[in-house]
Design a protein around this ligand. Structure first.
Ligand SMILES: Nc1nc2c(ncn2[C@@H]2O[C@H](COP(=O)(O)OP(=O)(O)O)[C@@H](O)[C@H]2O)c(=O)[nH]1
Ligand SMILES: [Mg+2]
Length: 432
């Protein structure tokens, strides 16, 4: 992929809308825009809005009215010359505009290529580029907050701090080794070990943060498991809020597995309905069951659906035994029918409390949603960030005096300055 040619792309989502935006980035952005947008003056002022006509230079026909904004590189998103054309959100107009631009020599940008250029040109670091992609695809407020913090550099700052601390520890360890025969104690062994342990914990937190962060972006995987006919598919439809899979009194109706995305108490979830376990299953169903076994192993949480109107069976106990207690959430379904299940039947649950629901009437489903979310939050605690994402002070300092710490942060690199008017004291981070 070339990285120095001129690219163009529709920046707004597909379909009809009030406004449609096309962006052009690269050395010829302005020259191309001039051939499709009747622009006066010849050289537009950067960051000003111009109103004009979109014209097809091949037949000189005007096909829409639009606004043009010119961002002169490097003060643009990609750090290159960048033009934004805001026309009406008609798919026909946008397609024609893209057609004209490619005829004039622009290349259609690949997905994420504008952000790639911003990264290659040093406008964003890799964590921020990823933050932008996560921000665009965030499905929940929690995902949005996380992507926003990454975008503002929280992850980069934490990585930089850890690197600084590691280098300083390495230097001090080397000095201690060099002077080992002298009587002068340079650095105490206990202090160095203590710092190494703290660093190890922070690195561990960062790794744990990646786990929970990736779930917040891509969804937690929650698998409905249990014997055939206990009501998994009915519960699946209830949790989704619409009928997605077939439900039938005939056992073995679900022979495959089905995955749907849903937001449960603010968390993005990939909910999976599986084929139940039946000894007399046919070939297709058996294949579905072996897949279910793999799904059980990979799930962040397994909702074990038991039929409360029947006695539990060894199959129920066998499924429960395949999942550790912290990944298991038992559900007693069919609460609308008289209960036949006994406490002794449920001894295999090893004191993990079960939630009573009726997938038929919807009773208890709200409680179940809350319990699924709590169980996921308990397993994937996001680590407390150690660096404020607006200034590089410790979050502890920053929480005590957020305005003071943030207001004095350098506007370029966010390093703490003695006061708002002082120059930035950081020579390593801040390159004026
Ligand atoms: N009375 C009652 N019947 C239910 C309930 N949930 C499911 N069923 C019925 O149980 C049968 C099996 O349900 P289904 O969702 O296909 O079970 P699956 O095999 O575990 O997916 C169907 O006839 C459902 O209507 C419930 O809460 N109460
Ligand atoms: Mg089913």
């Amino acid at each position: 992929m070339r990285t120095n040619d001129t690219i163009a792309a529709i920046a707004t989502p597909p379909g009809e809308g009030g406004v449609g935006v096309v962006r052009i980035s690269g050395p010829d952005a302005l020259a191309l825009a001039r051939q499709v947008f009747a622009l006066t003056p010849a050289l537009p002022r950067p960051r000003h809005l111009y109103l004009g006509q979109l014209v097809d230079p091949r037949d000189r026909a005007a096909f829409d009215e639009a606004f043009l904004v010119y961002f002169r590189g490097p003060r643009s998103y990609t750090a290159e010359d960048l033009i934004e054309l805001q026309c009406h959100g008609s798919p026909r107009v946008l397609a024609r505009l893209m057609d004209v631009l490619t005829w004039l020599g622009a290349r259609r940008a690949e997905r994420g290529e504008f952000t790639l250029r911003a990264f290659l040109n040093g406008r964003l670091d890799l964590t921020q580029a990823e933050g932008i992609l996560d921000l665009v695809s965030a499905e929940t407020d929690a995902g949005l907050r996380q992507a926003g913090a990454i975008l503002h550099g929280a992850l980069r700052l934490e990585a930089e701090r850890l690197r600084d601390e590691l280098l300083s520890l390495l230097g001090q360890t080397e000095v201690s080794l060099d002077f080992v025969e002298d009587d002068v104690p340079v650095f105490r062994r206990a202090d160095l070990l203590d710092r190494a342990e703290k660093l190890d914990r922070r690195l561990g937190d960062l790794v744990a943060g990646f786990e929970s962060g990736s779930r917040l972006s891509h969804g937690f995987r929650v698998v409905l498991a249990g014997r055939a006919n206990t009501g998994k598919s009915s519960l699946f439809n209830r949790l989704l809020g619409h009928d997605r899979v077939l439900v039938d009194a005939e056992p073995g109706t679900t022979r495959d597995w089905v995955e749907e995305r849903v937001v449960l108490s603010g968390l993005p979830v990939r909910l999976v309905d599986t084929a139940g376990f039946r000894p007399e299953a046919g070939n297709v169903e058996t294949a579905g069951q072996s897949h279910a076994t793999r799904l059980l192993a990979e799930a962040d949480l397994v909702v074990l659906v038991l039929d409360r109107s029947e006695r539990a069976t060894p199959d129920d106990a066998a499924t429960a035994a395949r999942v550790e207690a912290e990944r298991l959430l038992p559900v007693l379904n069919k609460a609308d029918l008289p209960s036949r299940i006994t406490d002794a039947d449920l001894s295999f649950l090893k004191r993990v409390p079960a939630t009573e629901v009726s997938a038929l009437t919807g009773d208890g489903v709200g409680t179940l949603q809350g319990r699924i979310a709590s169980a996921l939050r308990a397993r994937f605690k996001p680590p407390r960030p150690t660096a404020c994402c607006w200034c590089v002070s410790d979050t502890a300092t920053c929480w005590r005096a957020p305005r003071a710490a943030c207001a004095t942060a350098c506007r370029r690199c966010r390093w703490a300055r003695p006061s708002r008017s002082s120059p930035c004291p950081s020579t390593t981070r801040c390159t004026p």
